[in-house]
Write a protein that binds this ligand. Sequence first.
Ligand code: IPD
Length: 267
Amino acid sequence: STPTARELLGIAVEVAREAADTAARMRAEGVSVAATKSTATDVVTAADRAVERQVVAALRAARPGDVVYGEEYGGAEAGADGVRWIVDPIDGTVNYLYGLPYCAVSLAAEVDGRVVAGVVRNVATGEEWTATAGGGAWRDGQRLRCSTETELGQALVATGFGYDAGRRRHQARVVAELIGDVRDIRRMGAAALDLCLAAEGRLDAYYEKGLAAWDLAAGGLVAEEAGLRVTGLNGRPAGPDLVIAAPPALFAPLHTRLAALDASGGP
Ligand code: IPD
């Protein structure tokens, strides 16, 4: 029988805590770049790999029949029937490498292609955000609500940059314009955490082009369950082209600006 979202969240929370402990311990022992991926700045540490292997093993032990899809080792890309787990062992790998306390384990469970449970745990601070579809977004026992800001000009907006130089330049050109229209811009370096901070109004909104499923799955559910609209451009679902996460009142003005600035364009 299909497990409930709460059952899946229970497993996710336990697995993410152990994974975050491993990441923190490996950080304390010292980290270095193990390899690069898409570009020379897209790095992997031994911890990214070890944590993902640990998560996969723990999920296989808890739920042997499920599919697991992770940043470092892949797995089934398409939404499968039944349960699929989506893992980012360390979101914010560059922060992790430099010892900046803004990196997280992100773990989500999909049922029949829809994310129903997610947890994001900050490796450095232990802060933990959770959500289930229809069950709200939570941090440390507190129900989360997104910002009630209504003016784009007063909004603190986070974004991020991909690893490809051409893409980053395009993204920076968008920021160069948008920064004149908002309170300020943040680039803190972990998409999953940006979405969680928006869920509790510590950021007003967030957008980024080029996110992968593992960056978005858990944090996107947390953001949605806290009241943000999380979509792509022109009603498309959030995905690699663009993710916009904004409270209802900010969504239209931010979407309009991002469309005009061709935020989903470029390489
Ligand atoms: C990256 C971070 C970053 C975002 C990039 C992601 P990683 O994830 O979330 O903030 O701007 O798009 O790739 O590589 O650290 O797991």
